[in-house]
Design a protein around this ligand. Structure first.
Ligand code: GUN
Ligand code: FE
Length: 424
């Protein structure tokens, strides 16, 4: 199967951030060629992208598809109250069907706004049904069931026995990890330190080493959370995770707002991946993460919308813009400039997934996760000296996403989401 996209402005996000004007050829699930004019092929499909811009699909490194249905819940609460009063009771009430539809709704929004890959943390029960939605929709995902074997104010059916949590995770891993030629992968997902016994976390460490899979958790999001961790475990979040042997390039930490210098050093030295979630951090009054400092220290940064209750629509354009804007009054106009932010949304996310050789940029040999934008919807004076990345970060919206291709399959075309034909 070949798809030829003609006459586009191609933002490659390769190491030099080259912008190429011309054609891109997809062969099966990979990018086969990028050049000024591709001739001598008989593609199955030609997309005329004259005047359009193509970009690598966005990669969101922290979301909760199970929370898409909880939009509008507890908007004026802080993290721990929001979890115990709103999110946990709602997660406890989920059943197989509601998990599936929550995931499908979220994935639809993601695809419509140009996100092609996600790192997804589910809830305790029924995660198999979120994986089914991921499978059917065609989105690329690293996902896992949440693990919670301790905690106060947790509804009974979210509290698991340690061995039950491990066994269910391993069963899901064995079913879904590397599914569909690696499009779907499994990540162990202990919720956060407060929800997990030390036995659970050390078991997760051993299993992640044994199966060579990622571990995805929340850390250093809220000051009360940090205080509880320090009181219970005698250490700050990242020091504790490192003490247990979990700090490694296979660890993804969502939020990381209140890190001290020692925690930043551990993250940098151990190659831990950070997912910045600015919309969520503002809405839950959690704080403003120090992304300019983390960036300068060489920490691997990526972006996530967190759950829909945190930002309303899982839209990466919002998260990119917020990442840039919230730093400007504190650190000046270029602290997190458009190029840094766009890199977080693409190659940063690829690194968080451990897939930097496969996705995150438009380069020959990489997986074909491609988004076509029509930026002519802007009502602006035509100008040739505006950097296209800056135009996207500061002015584009989800309505400018025209076509989304994942793993070489067109999952949305001219804003119409297509059903994936599983026989193809
Ligand atoms: N920390 C533990 N669980 C959660 C969650 O569901 N969302 C956010 N934002 N933080 C958390
Ligand atoms: Fe979260």
């Amino acid at each position: 199967m070949q798809i030829l996209i003609k006459n586009a402005e191609i933002i490659t996000m390769n190491e030099q951030t080259d912008i190429v004007y011309g054609d891109l050829l997809i062969e099966d699930d990979r990018i086969a060629q990028i050049s000024k004019c591709i001739e001598g092929v008989l593609p199955d499909k030609i997309i005329d992208a004259t005047g359009k811009t193509i970009i690598p699909g966005f990669i969101q490194s922290h979301i909760h598809l199970c929370q898409t249905l909880f939009r509008g819940q507890g908007d004026d609460l802080e993290l721990l109250d929001w979890l115990s009063k709103r999110i946990w009771p709602l997660e406890a009430a989920h059943d197989e069907e509601s998990i599936y539809y929550s995931a499908m709704l979220g994935i639809g929004e993601l695809i419509q706004s140009g996100t092609t890959s996600i790192i997804d943390m589910e809830t305790v029960r029924h995660t198999d049904f979120a994986f089914r939605a991921i499978e059917e929709s065609g989105i690329r995902a690293l996902a896992g069931k949440v693990m919670m074997d301790q905690g106060d104010n947790v509804p009974v059916n979210l509290l698991e026995k340690t061995n039950e949590s491990i066994q269910e995770s391993v069963d899901l891993l064995e079913k879904w990890n590397n599914y569909d030629n690696g499009r779907i992968q499994y990540a162990f997902s202990p919720r956060f330190v407060i929800s997990c016994t030390e036995d659970l976390l050390t078991e997760v460490r051993d299993l992640s080493n044994q199966y060579q899979v990622m571990v995805h958790t929340h850390a250093s999001e809220n000051l009360k959370e940090i205080e509880i961790v320090e009181n219970e475990r005698g250490m700050r979040n990242v020091v504790y995770l490192d003490h247990l042997g979990l700090a490694s390039p296979r660890l993804i930490l969502a939020h990381c707002i209140w890190l001290d210098d020692n925690e930043k050093r551990i993250i940098r030295e151990k190659g831990v991946k950070v997912s910045h979630c600015p919309g969520s951090n503002l809405k839950l009054a959690s704080g403003i993460a120090e992304t300019p400092d983390m960036h300068d220290k060489g920490i691997c940064l990526s972006l996530g919308a967190d759950g829909a209750p945190c930002n309303n629509n899982l839209d990466m354009f919002n998260e990119m813009r917020l990442t840039a804007l919230i730093q400007k009054p504190i650190h000046g106009p270029t602290a997190m400039d458009a190029k840094k932010v766009f890199r977080m949304a693409t190659m940063g996310g690829a690194a968080a997934m451990g897939l930097e050789k496969e996705i995150g940029s438009l380069e020959v040999g990489k997986k074909a996760d491609v988004v076509i934008l029509d930026l002519n919807n802007f009502h602006t004076y035509p100008s040739t000296d505006v950097d296209p990345i800056s135009r996207i970060v500061y002015s584009a919206t989800r309505g400018d996403v025209e076509t989304t291709i994942i793993n070489g399959k067109v999952v949305m075309e001219n804003r119409i989401i297509k059903t994936i034909d599983k026989s193809v």
